[in-house]
Design a protein around this ligand. Structure first.
Ligand code: SF4
Length: 495
């Protein structure tokens, strides 16, 4: 599986020998802890890093303090993630100096950016290694080189290519029922507010046969849901086709192949860029029940003037046309979006264009953000013409409108029996289960009162329901309450 990675086998074997020797000498395994910030791409990179570390005989530690190797998988996109990470790293100075074999690695979006790279090296010289986002293929080498040094210096491998370099690596999935699979990395779009193309490099698509094999293996191992991830999944394969591989499949063809895997219940994907959402893909979304009845389609703004400034390369009219096509290809599809408020230069008219478009589309859900500059992006140098107070006021108007639409959308589910893929017990109540519908609504549900049920409902497959329903169970839930961000209901049966 990993033999075609140049030199990787050498580093893997070397680290495995060291880990086994450590185990014999210390009477305990060499252990690791990974702290992940940011998006699902980072979650998946951490799952692969964990799989690779365990392939080299390291074992997971319950927390940072008890680990021998600590890896931070960083994010510079989500607000505050960089500050929280620097705080975490600062706390480890004493920890690192207490035991000679301890190691600290930093990967993800930050080390490959010049500003962060300098801060990391100058302010935190006790770090051991730095890797580019998604460069798990170099993790064994980074560990090997940093533990082979006579005198400490930071092993900086961020000069390696930012494009995804691994064909397939071992993976340790956080959720058995839900498999995250990266289909590509990087982004070519250079939206003027976004740091991703600088942090993760240009688009690079993984081999479709490897992706398909990983998807089949995940389902064979019990996954009910697959989430295909990439910064812009709709442009999957463009890089390969432009290099002359004319038959490299489009995202539509890839998702269609995966949707046909027997025993797969839900196929999700994100993120879709409106400019690359093709008719071919819309047709496939309409054709397969397994493909979620939901699409996340970031709008960002309803003003054509601002969309141009953001370099989004579509218009509000084109976006509306896509929504109409999606709704006629897949009636009832839920549409979620991202919207930025207070982008530099946003006027009241621009903002009202956004509200108008929201009124027309009536998004089922929206992730709304107040613009915050990312250093290194063009928009970070543009001046803001609106006061913080006015931006906050716009944000609240937008939130009110979206909450109204979200509640209306969820109210349409009242009284229905919906399929729910369970993710476990609710975070706030250990008598309530949580899960998601095929159209990606969060559902919290309870078991019916004993007096309302017969024995068949209270037991499933011969066991009490409360112990049968778990992460990965497929159930039907009768919806009894609609809120802006979730539904509530009562279990009616196993799916
Ligand atoms: S499409 Fe735009 S917002 Fe999305 S990752 Fe690429 S540059 Fe960033």
């Amino acid at each position: 599986m990993i033999s075609n990675m140049k030199n990787i086998d050498f580093y893997i074997d070397a680290i495995r020998s060291r880990a086994e020797e450590f185990h014999i000498n210390e009477g305990r395994p060499l252990s690791y802890f990974i702290r992940t910030f940011g998006c699902q791409q980072n979650d998946n990179d951490s799952e692969i890093s964990a799989g690779l570390l365990e392939h080299m005989s390291l074992e997971a530690a319950p927390n940072i303090e008890e680990a021998d190797v600590v890896i931070f998988n960083t994010c510079s996109v989500r607000e505050n993630a960089d500050r929280r990470f620097y705080g975490n790293l600062g706390n480890l100075k004493t920890w690192r100096s207490e035991e000679k074999q301890r190691r600290i690695g930093v990967m993800g979006c930050m080390p490959g950016q010049d500003t962060h790279n300098s801060v990391l090296k100058e302010s935190f010289p006790y770090i051991d290694f730095l890797l580019n986002a998604g460069d798990m293929g170099n993790l064994p080498r980074a560990l090997y080189e940093s533990s082979s040094q006579k005198k400490h210096s930071i092993v900086d491998l961020t000069d390696q290519a930012k494009e995804m370099t691994y064909p397939s690596l071992p993976v340790k999935r956080e959720n058995k029922h839900r498999a995250l699979i990266s289909i590509m990395s990087g982004c070519n779009n250079f939206c003027t507010y976004c740091i991703v193309p600088y942090a993760r490099g240009r688009e690079s698509s993984r081999d479709p046969l490897v992706i398909l094999a990983e998807a089949r293996a995940a389902v064979d191992n019990g996954a009910k849901e697959i989430m295909l991830i990439g910064q812009n999944v709709n442009s999957y394969g463009n890089d390969m086709r432009s290099k002359g591989e004319k038959d490299f499949p489009s995202f539509a063809r890839l998702i269609e192949e995966i949707a046909r895997i027997p025993d797969l219940s839900v196929l999700r994907y994100m993120t879709s860029h409106p400019k690359d959402l093709s008719d071919e893909l819309i047709e496939v979304i309409g054709k397969y029940e397994t493909i979620e009845a939901h699409i996340h389609l970031p709008l960002q703004s309803g003003s054509n003037r601002l969309l141009k400034k953001m370099n989004r390369r579509y218009t509000a009219e084109h976006y509306l046309e896509l929504v109409n096509k999606l709704r006629s290809a897949r009636p009832g599809i839920s549409i979620s979006t991202d919207i930025i408020v207070g982008f530099p230069g946003e006027t009241e008219e621009d903002f009202e264009d956004t509200l108008r478009l929201m009124e027309t589309v009536k998004f089922d859900r929206a992730f709304t953000f107040i613009y915050s500059p990312r250093s290194g992006t063009p928009a970070a140098d543009w001046s803001q013409n609106v006061s913080d107070l006015d931006i906050q006021e716009r944000f609240e108007r937008l939130l009110d409108l979206q909450n109204k639409h979200s509640v209306e959308s969820n109210e349409r589910c009242l009284g229905k029996n919906l399929y729910v893929l369970v993710s476990g017990l609710s975070k706030t109540d250990d008598e309530t289960f949580s899960g998601r519908t095929k159209d990606d609504r969060l559902v919290n549900f309870s078991l019916p009162e004993e007096s309302e049920t017969d024995d068949q409902i209270l037991t499933a497959r011969g066991k009490p329901l409360s112990s049968t329903i778990a992460d990965g169970s497929e159930v039907f839930v009768k919806i009894t309450k609609a809120k802006a961000h979730s539904l509530e209901g009562v279990f009616v049966g196993l799916a």
